[in-house]
Design a protein around this ligand. Structure first.
Ligand code: PLP
Length: 234
């Protein structure tokens, strides 16, 4: 079975892990859960809890990996060394592909043939993923991801709209937080203007723009954000 614990609560995680635990798995920053960065030290504490129980330590970087946060992997800054890292989404640049990286002894656990799927190893998707890696490296998209996040944060601050209370996240994975629980209405209003965002909490929308987005497109989004009237008294 799987035991879920509140994100960022080291004590709860440590209490849930014992010698019967096979693996501890978490996101280095919550994506769908509201774009919530890990509290300082949390990843290291989680890794230590897994290690002392003899469990694998896995990081789900499906949303945060492949440069989205301004590094190839969001966990890099924390200094932890996971046994496993899962990837998908940005890895294929739009084509369907998922991957699992394994390090150290964990890299010997699966051997060729021990895990297969009908379309696994699809050469077109693999070629796309290799092109994505080259493009991220060659076009400087890691630093561009950081610029995108800063551009959005500065743009939202410049709106000086009391409805928008701040921006959290890392690189080009950000949430705009709101003083009112109107994220769903804002998501709909922005979609009508041609911008896809996700209401990941009643009072927060998530933005995960492509790393190749231009400043003009970001400015158009910020303009739309500034002109949308939510009908609130904020
Ligand atoms: C963080 C995270 N992990 C895993 C998944 C599932 O990935 P897949 O669709 O490749 O199984 C998602 C999908 O949204 C996700 O956001």
């Amino acid at each position: 079975g799987v035991t879920h614990v509140p994100y960022g609560d080291t004590a709860a995680l440590e209490a849930a892990v014992d010698e019967d635990t096979a693996m501890v798995m978490l996101e280095p920053m919550l994506g769908e859960g509201g774009v919530v960065p890990a509290p300082p030290g949390y990843l290291a504490d989680a890794a230590a809890a897994a290690r002392s129980a003899g469990a694998l330590f896995a990081l789900d970087e499906v949303q945060t990996g492949m440069g989205r946060t301004g590094a190839w992997f969001a966990h890099e800054e924390s200094g932890v060394q996971p046994d496993l890292v899962t990837l998908a989404k940005g890895l294929g640049g739009g084509l369907p592909i998922g991957a699992m990286l394994a390090f150290g002894p964990a890299a010997d656990l699966l051997q060729p043939g021990s895990h297969g799927s009908t379309f696994g190893g699809n050469p077109i998707s693999c070629a796309a993923a290799l092109a994505v890696i080259d493009t991220i490296a060659g076009d400087g998209l890691l630093s561009r991801a950081k610029q995108i996040g800063a551009f959005i944060a500065e743009g939202v601050a410049a709106l000086a709209d009391p409805l928008f209370t701040g921006v959290r996240g890392q690189g080009a994975l950000v949430a705009i937080t709101m003083s009112q629980p109107q994220a769903a209405a804002l998501e709909s209003a922005l979609r009508a203007e041609g911008f896809l965002v996700n209401a990941v909490a009643p009072d927060a929308i998530r933005l995960a723009p492509p790393l190749v987005i231009t400043d003009d497109k970001l400015s158009a989004f910020l303009d739309a954000l500034g002109t949308i009237t939510m009908g609130s008294d904020s």
